[in-house]
Write a protein that binds this ligand. Structure first.
Ligand SMILES: Cc1cc2nc3c(=O)[nH]c(=O)nc-3n(C[C@H](O)[C@H](O)[C@H](O)COP(=O)(O)OP(=O)(O)OC[C@H]3O[C@@H](n4cnc5c(N)ncnc54)[C@H](O)[C@@H]3O)c2cc1C
Length: 497
C-alpha cells in the first residue's frame, strides 16, 4: 500500500523520535514521470522502499501534456485532412465537421484513463512505493524536503524532467502565448478554442507536429525557424523532405527568420516581427505558440548543495552509469538532456530509470546503452531515425557510403498513392556495417524498428538486402536503399529483386 498523497507516509527505518519523524527510504525519486516510475517499480521489484515526489501531475510530461495528448489530436487532425484531401482519383473530398472542444474533452479522457492505468494504479498497488505531493528540494547529500516533510534516501534519483524554454524575445513577457503545455488537462493553460491563426516560434519536432495538426484542423499556421533549416540535428535531406511536405499542404514555413520582438495589437492580434533574408517581416496571428526547445527542471532543486554538477544549460551531469558526481545520487530522463549520449524521449528515460534502480541495488552495474535510440516525429509523412547521420559518422572517422532513395521507388507508395518522402542509409564502407538510417514516410515510426534491431545486432548492408521483406510494404524502402549501393534502384523488379 502506498501512503496517500500528502498524508503520512509509512516510514521504513523510522529514526528515534526527535520533534520530526525522519522518513527513510532506500530510494527517493525527485519527479514522478515515466523515468521516475520505471525506477520506482524496478526498485520495488528488488525489494526496496521508494518515495516518489511530484510537484505537478503524477505521470509527468509524456502522459499529461506530451506524447499521448499530441498523438491523440494529431491522428484526429489526420482523419479530418485525409477526408478533405483524398489521394485516389475517384474519391470525392468530404468535409468532416468537428467540435474542437469535444476533441479536447476526449483527449482529456484518454489522458485520465492512461494515467490511471499506467501510473496511478501501479503505485497504489505497490506496497513499497510511497507518493508524496509537493516540490522536492535537496537539502543534504541524502536528505530531501517535500511538502514540509524531511525524508532521507540511501540513494536519490533526479528525474525532474524538462519544461518549455521561453526565449528572451523583447515583448514576449507582455503578450499572451501558448507553449506545448496547452495539451495538458485539468490545468489553466489548457486550450479549448481552435485558433483561427497561429504563429509558431521554433522549427523543432514539437513545432512541426503541432503546426501541421493545427493547420489540418483549419488554423492558418506560420512556423518561424531562426536557422537555415528545420530539424537541424537531422540529415539535411530529412529537413528538406519534411519542409517540402508541409509547404505542399499549405503551411507557411519560414526559415532564417529569427524573431526580433513581439507585440499585441489593440484588437488582440499578436504581431511577431522577424528578420528574414528579405528584410523585417511582420507576422500577425490570433495566437502565438512558443516551441523553441526545452530546459531541464533543475533550478531551485538544491542539487549544488549535495555536490551534483550541472552543465552550462542546467542539465545534470552523469557518467555512463547515470551516476552524478555524488555516487549515491543518480539522474535520468529529460533532466540529463544529451549527457551520456542520451536523448529526451520517453522510452529512453523509462529504460534508464530501470537501469538506475538496477545499478543502485543490483549486483551487476551496467552502462546506459545510448548507441541505438530510434526516434520518430509524428508529422505526416512521419520522420524516423536511428543511429548516426552522415556528418556524425564522418566526424567519428568512418569512411562512409551514404545514399538516399525517394519513397516513390517503393511499390507500396505507388500502390497507395503516397510517394512522399525518402530513405537514407549510412554505411561504414570498410566493413559494410550499417551505422544509421533516416526515413521520411508514412508509418516511418513503425518501419524504423527493423533498422533499430539491425543496428543493435550489428547488421551489414547485405542483411538488409538478403532479408525477405513482406510485399508490398514501406519497409521495403530499407532493402531498396541498401541495394542502391550496388545497382540502380530504379531498375528492380517486384520485391526489390
Ligand atoms: C508536446 C510533446 C510531445 C512529445 N512527444 C513525444 C513522443 O511522441 N515520444 C516520446 O518518446 N517523447 C515525446 N515527448 C518527450 C517526452 O514527453 C519526455 O521525454 C518524457 O516525458 C520525459 O520523462 P521524464 O520522466 O524524464 O520527465 P517528465 O515526464 O517531465 O517528469 C518529470 C516530473 O518531475 C516533476 N518535477 C519537476 N520538478 C520537481 C520537483 N522539484 N519536485 C517534484 N517533482 C518535480 C515534474 O512536474 C514532472 O511531472 C514529447 C514531449 C512534448 C512536450
Amino acid at each position: 500500500m502506498s501512503a496517500a498523497t500528502g498524508g503520512p507516509a509509512t516510514p521504513t527505518n523510522a529514526a528515534p523520535n526527535p520533534a520530526v519523524v525522519a522518513e527513510h527510504y532506500d530510494l527517493v525519486v525527485l519527479g514522478a514521470g515515466s523515468t521516475a516510475f520505471a525506477a520506482a517499480l524496478r526498485a520495488a521489484e528488488l525489494g526496496k522502499t521508494v518515495a516518489l515526489t511530484e510537484s505537478r501531475t503524477l505521470g509527468g510530461t509524456c502522459v499529461n501534456r506530451g506524447c499521448l495528448p499530441s498523438k491523440n489530436l494529431i491522428e484526429a487532425a489526420r482523419l479530418v485532412w485525409d477526408a478533405q484531401h483524398p489521394r485516389y482519383p475517384g474519391l470525392q473530398p468530404a468535409r468532416i465537421d468537428f467540435d474542437f472542444r469535444e476533441l479536447i474533452r476526449q483527449k482529456d479522457e484518454v489522458i485520465r484513463t492512461y494515467r490511471e492505468r499506467k501510473y496511478t494504479s501501479l503505485v497504489e498497488a505497490a506496497e513499497r512505493i510511497t507518493t508524496l505531493v509537493g516540490r522536492a528540494t535537496v537539502i543534504g547529500p541524502h536528505t530531501v524536503v517535500v511538502a514540509g516533510r524531511q525524508i532521507t534516501g540511501q540513494h536519490l534519483l533526479v528525474a525532474t524532467g524538462s519544461r518549455p524554454q521561453i526565449p528572451a524575445i523583447p515583448g514576449l513577457d507582455q503578450v499572451p502565448y501558448l507553449t506545448s503545455d496547452w495539451l495538458t488537462s485539468d490545468e489553466p493553460v489548457e486550450l479549448f478554442e481552435l485558433p483561427e491563426s497561429l504563429v509558431i516560434v521554433g522549427g523543432g519536432y514539437i513545432a512541426l507536429e503541432l503546426g501541421q495538426m493545427f493547420h489540418r484542423f483549419g488554423s492558418q499556421v506560420t512556423i518561424l525557424e531562426r536557422g537555415r533549416r528545420v530539424l537541424p540535428a537531422y540529415e539535411p535531406e530529412v529537413s528538406s523532405a519534411i519542409t517540402q511536405a508541409l509547404r505542399a499542404e499549405g503551411l507557411d514555413l519560414v526559415t532564417r527568420a529569427p524573431v526580433q520582438r513581439v507585440d499585441q495589437a489593440p484588437d488582440g492580434t499578436i504581431v511577431v516581427v522577424a528578420q528574414t533574408p528579405g528584410g523585417e517581416q511582420h507576422y500577425r496571428a490570433a495566437r502565438l505558440l512558443v516551441a523553441s526547445g526545452r530546459v531541464p527542471n533543475t533550478d531551485a532543486l538544491g542539487l549544488e548543495r549535495a555536490g551534483v554538477g550541472l552543465d552550462q544549460r542546467g542539465f545534470v551531469e552523469v557518467n555512463d552509469y547515470l551516476q552524478t558526481a555524488v555516487p549515491h545520487i543518480w539522474a535520468a530522463g529529460d533532466v540529463i538532456g544529451g549527457q551520456a549520449d542520451s536523448q529526451m524521449a520517453t522510452p529512453v528515460g523509462a529504460h534508464d530509470g530501470g537501469l538506475v534502480a538496477r545499478n543502485a541495488f543490483g549486483d551487476d552495474r551496467r552502462k546506459a546503452e545510448h548507441a541505438v535510440l530510434p526516434r520518430a516525429i509524428f508529422t505526416d509523412p512521419q520522420v524516423a531515425v536511428v543511429g548516426l547521420t552522415d556528418a556524425e559518422a564522418t566526424a567519428l572517422g568512418f569512411r562512409c557510403w551514404c545514399n538516399t532513395i525517394p519513397v516513390s521507388l517503393v511499390p507500396r507508395a505507388g500502390a497507395i498513392h503516397d510517394p512522399r518522402g525518402l530513405a537514407k542509409m549510412v554505411i561504414d564502407d570498410d566493413t559494410g556495417r550499417v551505422l544509421g538510417v533516416s526515413l521520411v514516410m508514412r508509418e516511418a515510426a513503425e518501419v524504423i524498428h527493423e533498422a533499430a534491431m539491425a543496428l543493435r545486432l550489428g547488421a551489414s548492408i547485405h542483411d538488409f538486402i538478403d532479408l525477405l521483406h513482406v510485399y508490398p510494404t514501406l519497409a521495403e524502402a530499407l532493402k531498396i536503399v541498401a541495394i542502391s549501393r550496388f545497382k540502380d534502384p530504379g531498375q528492380l523488379s517486384c520485391c526489390a529483386e
